[in-house]
Design a protein around this ligand. Sequence first.
Ligand code: GRF
Length: 204
Amino acid sequence: KRVAILISGRGSNMTAILDAAKASNYPADIALVLANKPDAKGLETAADHGIATEVVDHRNYKGDRSAFDAQIQKKLEEHKIELVVLAGFMRILTAEFVGKWTDKMINIHPSLLPSFKGLNTHQRAIDTGCRLAGCSVHFVRADMDSGPIICQAAVPVLNDDTADSLAGRILKAEHKIYPRAVALVAGDKVLVDGMRVRIKDDGN
Ligand code: GRF
């Protein structure tokens, strides 16, 4: 399947996926990396991997979200994309755009959803006294961070954790589960049933 990865910054999740996609039997072909910021570090990494890149700068659409999304859609069509992977993509997409990619667009969020949707998830988990934090890969729906969950990883919160130290350990877990989740979805191993996701050929 032809996959586009959307980024806004360093793209460490993108890099983990690009590395996994080098395996000959990986069911996804990373055909495009698209950023909403021209200076997104991940664009260089993508170019180094020989991946096509595009920039759709949200500042050129001053608040007209549907025009911004329409330009992204145009680029995805030009590159014949079949699956969209949001990886550190920090823009809210319109319900109209999301609706075009139902069950064909996934995101990684740095919390154990449904807890801690939104931002500053690590500090919130620490402040709430959670013993476990983590990350979740989910299908994108119009409501932010609210789609059916594909996979998760739990990461213990340590006594002396700061948001940064916890974030560092969770990011490592993200780099493990996201490449696997992309392979499952690209390989059509994932069935969505309402909020429930079933993984074919898998015990759980
Ligand atoms: C990560 O914490 C990810 O969970 C969130 O954005 C952060 C940056 O990811 N979606 P990356 O290094 O740009 O992939």
